[in-house]
Write a protein that binds this ligand. Structure first.
Ligand code: BTN
Length: 255
Protein backbone atom coordinates (compact mmCIF):
# COMPACT_ATOMS: atom_id res chain seq x y z
CA UNK A 1 0.00 0.00 0.00
CA UNK A 2 1.32 3.42 -0.97
CA UNK A 3 1.09 6.60 1.05
CA UNK A 4 -1.06 9.04 -1.02
CA UNK A 5 -3.07 6.28 -2.74
CA UNK A 6 -6.15 8.13 -1.51
CA UNK A 7 -5.99 11.85 -0.73
CA UNK A 8 -8.86 13.76 0.84
CA UNK A 9 -8.61 17.54 0.62
CA UNK A 10 -10.78 19.69 2.86
CA UNK A 11 -11.17 23.47 3.15
CA UNK A 12 -11.18 23.48 6.93
CA UNK A 13 -11.30 21.11 9.88
CA UNK A 14 -10.51 21.16 13.58
CA UNK A 15 -7.41 19.00 13.15
CA UNK A 16 -6.43 16.68 10.30
CA UNK A 17 -5.25 14.21 12.97
CA UNK A 18 -8.78 14.13 14.42
CA UNK A 19 -10.34 13.68 10.99
CA UNK A 20 -7.84 10.95 10.15
CA UNK A 21 -8.54 9.17 13.45
CA UNK A 22 -12.29 9.14 12.75
CA UNK A 23 -11.60 7.73 9.30
CA UNK A 24 -9.18 5.12 10.66
CA UNK A 25 -11.81 3.98 13.19
CA UNK A 26 -14.27 3.61 10.31
CA UNK A 27 -11.76 1.40 8.51
CA UNK A 28 -9.89 3.75 6.13
CA UNK A 29 -7.00 1.96 4.52
CA UNK A 30 -3.32 2.45 5.13
CA UNK A 31 -1.84 5.25 3.04
CA UNK A 32 -4.94 7.47 3.20
CA UNK A 33 -3.97 11.16 3.46
CA UNK A 34 -6.05 14.10 4.68
CA UNK A 35 -4.92 17.62 3.77
CA UNK A 36 -6.66 20.74 5.03
CA UNK A 37 -6.23 24.38 4.01
CA UNK A 38 -6.68 25.39 7.64
CA UNK A 39 -7.19 23.89 11.07
CA UNK A 40 -9.32 25.54 13.71
CA UNK A 41 -7.90 23.41 16.55
CA UNK A 42 -4.54 22.26 15.20
CA UNK A 43 -2.62 20.31 17.80
CA UNK A 44 1.09 20.10 18.55
CA UNK A 45 2.90 17.74 20.88
CA UNK A 46 2.62 17.98 24.68
CA UNK A 47 -0.89 19.45 24.53
CA UNK A 48 0.25 22.58 22.68
CA UNK A 49 -1.77 24.14 19.85
CA UNK A 50 -0.53 24.27 16.30
CA UNK A 51 -1.34 27.64 14.78
CA UNK A 52 -2.84 26.77 11.38
CA UNK A 53 -3.81 29.90 9.47
CA UNK A 54 -5.59 29.37 6.13
CA UNK A 55 -3.44 28.71 3.05
CA UNK A 56 -0.18 29.57 4.79
CA UNK A 57 0.96 26.17 5.91
CA UNK A 58 0.82 22.52 5.03
CA UNK A 59 -1.45 20.60 7.40
CA UNK A 60 -1.78 16.91 6.67
CA UNK A 61 -2.24 13.54 8.34
CA UNK A 62 -1.52 10.04 7.09
CA UNK A 63 -3.16 6.81 8.26
CA UNK A 64 -0.69 3.94 8.68
CA UNK A 65 -1.30 0.37 9.79
CA UNK A 66 2.17 -1.14 10.15
CA UNK A 67 2.87 -4.70 11.31
CA UNK A 68 6.08 -3.43 12.87
CA UNK A 69 5.28 -2.05 16.32
CA UNK A 70 8.53 -0.08 16.76
CA UNK A 71 6.44 3.03 16.22
CA UNK A 72 8.71 5.55 17.97
CA UNK A 73 10.71 5.53 14.75
CA UNK A 74 7.79 6.91 12.74
CA UNK A 75 8.11 10.61 13.70
CA UNK A 76 11.84 10.35 12.97
CA UNK A 77 11.05 8.79 9.60
CA UNK A 78 8.53 11.53 8.78
CA UNK A 79 11.04 14.24 9.73
CA UNK A 80 13.61 12.71 7.39
CA UNK A 81 11.08 12.53 4.56
CA UNK A 82 10.03 16.19 4.99
CA UNK A 83 13.67 17.25 5.13
CA UNK A 84 14.38 15.37 1.90
CA UNK A 85 11.32 16.78 0.15
CA UNK A 86 12.32 20.34 1.10
CA UNK A 87 15.84 19.74 -0.17
CA UNK A 88 14.63 18.26 -3.47
CA UNK A 89 12.17 21.11 -4.03
CA UNK A 90 14.17 24.13 -2.83
CA UNK A 91 17.78 22.95 -2.40
CA UNK A 92 17.42 24.00 1.22
CA UNK A 93 18.95 21.87 3.93
CA UNK A 94 17.02 22.03 7.19
CA UNK A 95 17.90 20.34 10.49
CA UNK A 96 16.00 17.85 12.62
CA UNK A 97 15.58 18.13 16.37
CA UNK A 98 14.73 14.90 18.12
CA UNK A 99 12.07 13.65 18.05
CA UNK A 100 9.69 15.67 15.92
CA UNK A 101 10.93 19.17 15.06
CA UNK A 102 11.90 20.61 11.68
CA UNK A 103 14.44 23.33 12.36
CA UNK A 104 16.11 26.20 10.56
CA UNK A 105 18.74 28.14 12.53
CA UNK A 106 17.14 27.29 15.87
CA UNK A 107 13.71 28.35 14.58
CA UNK A 108 10.84 25.95 14.22
CA UNK A 109 9.74 25.42 10.63
CA UNK A 110 7.44 22.48 11.23
CA UNK A 111 6.71 19.46 13.35
CA UNK A 112 5.33 15.95 13.46
CA UNK A 113 2.53 14.68 15.69
CA UNK A 114 2.29 10.90 15.75
CA UNK A 115 -0.71 9.33 17.53
CA UNK A 116 -1.34 5.63 17.88
CA UNK A 117 -3.99 3.07 18.69
CA UNK A 118 -3.18 -0.52 19.65
CA UNK A 119 -5.31 -3.67 19.78
CA UNK A 120 -3.47 -5.73 22.39
CA UNK A 121 0.14 -5.47 21.31
CA UNK A 122 -0.70 -5.03 17.62
CA UNK A 123 -0.88 -1.64 15.99
CA UNK A 124 -4.47 -0.80 15.03
CA UNK A 125 -3.60 2.49 13.37
CA UNK A 126 -1.07 5.32 13.51
CA UNK A 127 -1.92 8.87 12.56
CA UNK A 128 1.15 10.70 11.38
CA UNK A 129 0.43 14.44 11.35
CA UNK A 130 2.77 16.82 9.55
CA UNK A 131 2.68 20.58 9.91
CA UNK A 132 5.01 22.74 7.82
CA UNK A 133 5.12 26.54 7.72
CA UNK A 134 5.06 27.59 4.06
CA UNK A 135 4.30 31.25 3.49
CA UNK A 136 3.77 32.88 6.90
CA UNK A 137 5.27 36.30 7.52
CA UNK A 138 6.55 36.98 11.05
CA UNK A 139 3.33 38.83 11.91
CA UNK A 140 1.26 35.77 10.89
CA UNK A 141 2.59 33.93 13.94
CA UNK A 142 1.16 34.66 17.39
CA UNK A 143 3.45 36.98 19.30
CA UNK A 144 4.56 34.38 21.83
CA UNK A 145 6.17 32.20 19.14
CA UNK A 146 7.22 34.93 16.67
CA UNK A 147 10.88 34.87 17.72
CA UNK A 148 11.15 31.08 17.44
CA UNK A 149 9.03 30.30 14.36
CA UNK A 150 9.88 30.56 10.70
CA UNK A 151 8.47 29.59 7.30
CA UNK A 152 9.90 28.52 3.94
CA UNK A 153 8.93 31.95 2.55
CA UNK A 154 10.82 33.74 5.33
CA UNK A 155 13.89 31.59 4.72
CA UNK A 156 14.02 31.61 0.92
CA UNK A 157 12.01 34.73 0.02
CA UNK A 158 10.00 32.57 -2.37
CA UNK A 159 6.58 30.93 -2.40
CA UNK A 160 7.18 27.20 -2.53
CA UNK A 161 5.59 25.14 -5.31
CA UNK A 162 3.31 23.09 -3.05
CA UNK A 163 2.47 20.46 -5.65
CA UNK A 164 6.17 19.77 -6.28
CA UNK A 165 6.84 19.68 -2.54
CA UNK A 166 4.04 17.13 -2.05
CA UNK A 167 5.25 14.95 -4.95
CA UNK A 168 8.70 14.85 -3.38
CA UNK A 169 7.19 14.19 0.03
CA UNK A 170 5.20 11.15 -1.16
CA UNK A 171 8.33 9.71 -2.80
CA UNK A 172 10.47 10.20 0.28
CA UNK A 173 7.79 8.95 2.70
CA UNK A 174 7.15 5.80 0.69
CA UNK A 175 10.86 5.01 0.52
CA UNK A 176 11.42 5.51 4.26
CA UNK A 177 8.20 3.73 5.21
CA UNK A 178 9.18 0.70 3.14
CA UNK A 179 12.49 0.52 5.03
CA UNK A 180 10.58 0.80 8.31
CA UNK A 181 8.22 -2.04 7.30
CA UNK A 182 11.17 -4.18 6.21
CA UNK A 183 12.66 -3.89 9.71
CA UNK A 184 15.49 -1.63 8.57
CA UNK A 185 14.93 0.89 11.34
CA UNK A 186 18.69 1.23 11.89
CA UNK A 187 18.81 3.19 8.60
CA UNK A 188 16.24 5.64 9.98
CA UNK A 189 18.22 5.98 13.22
CA UNK A 190 21.52 6.43 11.42
CA UNK A 191 20.16 9.02 9.04
CA UNK A 192 18.33 10.91 11.77
CA UNK A 193 21.52 11.11 13.87
CA UNK A 194 23.38 12.46 10.84
CA UNK A 195 20.80 15.18 10.28
CA UNK A 196 20.13 16.00 13.92
CA UNK A 197 20.97 19.48 15.20
CA UNK A 198 22.28 17.86 18.42
CA UNK A 199 25.85 16.79 17.73
CA UNK A 200 26.70 13.56 19.61
CA UNK A 201 29.14 14.21 22.43
CA UNK A 202 27.59 17.55 23.43
CA UNK A 203 26.12 18.43 26.79
CA UNK A 204 22.33 18.61 26.97
CA UNK A 205 19.80 18.80 29.78
CA UNK A 206 16.66 16.72 29.63
CA UNK A 207 13.63 17.70 31.69
CA UNK A 208 11.47 14.67 32.37
CA UNK A 209 8.95 13.61 34.99
CA UNK A 210 11.95 12.63 37.13
CA UNK A 211 13.38 16.17 37.02
CA UNK A 212 16.42 17.56 35.23
CA UNK A 213 19.20 15.29 33.95
CA UNK A 214 22.30 16.82 32.43
CA UNK A 215 24.59 14.59 30.47
CA UNK A 216 26.24 13.90 27.16
CA UNK A 217 24.05 13.19 24.15
CA UNK A 218 25.07 9.78 22.76
CA UNK A 219 22.71 9.44 19.81
CA UNK A 220 19.48 7.53 19.28
CA UNK A 221 18.78 3.91 20.17
CA UNK A 222 17.16 1.31 17.91
CA UNK A 223 13.71 2.15 19.35
CA UNK A 224 14.06 5.85 18.55
CA UNK A 225 14.89 6.85 22.15
CA UNK A 226 17.40 9.59 22.94
CA UNK A 227 20.51 8.24 24.71
CA UNK A 228 21.89 10.39 27.50
CA UNK A 229 25.07 9.50 29.39
CA UNK A 230 25.14 10.89 32.89
CA UNK A 231 27.57 9.71 35.57
CA UNK A 232 28.80 6.81 33.39
CA UNK A 233 25.25 5.50 33.04
CA UNK A 234 23.45 5.56 29.72
CA UNK A 235 19.68 6.11 29.82
CA UNK A 236 17.26 6.18 26.90
CA UNK A 237 14.49 8.74 27.01
CA UNK A 238 11.29 8.61 24.96
CA UNK A 239 9.48 11.68 23.74
CA UNK A 240 6.40 10.95 25.87
CA UNK A 241 8.42 11.26 29.08
CA UNK A 242 10.31 14.42 28.12
CA UNK A 243 9.06 17.95 28.82
CA UNK A 244 12.00 19.90 27.36
CA UNK A 245 15.58 19.60 26.16
CA UNK A 246 18.04 22.44 26.53
CA UNK A 247 21.59 22.87 25.33
CA UNK A 248 24.24 25.51 25.71
CA UNK A 249 26.76 24.95 23.00
CA UNK A 250 25.44 27.49 20.57
CA UNK A 251 23.39 30.64 20.55
CA UNK A 252 21.96 31.29 17.12
CA UNK A 253 19.31 33.77 16.30
CA UNK A 254 16.26 33.04 14.30
CA UNK A 255 15.47 35.90 11.95
C1 BTN B 1 4.70 19.78 17.02
O1 BTN B 1 5.80 20.12 16.61
O2 BTN B 1 4.30 20.11 18.14
C2 BTN B 1 3.83 18.92 16.12
C3 BTN B 1 3.01 19.76 15.20
C4 BTN B 1 2.12 18.93 14.31
C5 BTN B 1 1.14 19.76 13.52
C6 BTN B 1 0.39 18.94 12.52
S1 BTN B 1 -0.54 19.92 11.40
C7 BTN B 1 -1.35 18.51 10.80
C8 BTN B 1 -1.65 17.62 12.00
N1 BTN B 1 -2.89 18.01 12.62
C9 BTN B 1 -2.71 18.52 13.84
O3 BTN B 1 -3.63 18.94 14.58
N2 BTN B 1 -1.42 18.49 14.15
C10 BTN B 1 -0.62 17.93 13.09
Amino acid sequence: MKIREIIYRVESCSSTNDLAREMAIEGAQEGTVIISKEQTKGRGTKGRSWYSVKNKGLYLSIILRPENSNISLLPLMAGLAVKEAIFKTLKLSIGLRWPNDLIWKDCKLGGILSESSFLGNRVNYIILGIGLNLSQKKEDFPEEIRSIATSLKLITGKIVDEAALLRNLWKALNRWYLLFCQGQGHKIVWSFEKNSIFPPGKKITVESEKGLTTGIYRGIDSFGGLILEAGRKKTSFFSTEIKAITHEWRERKCF
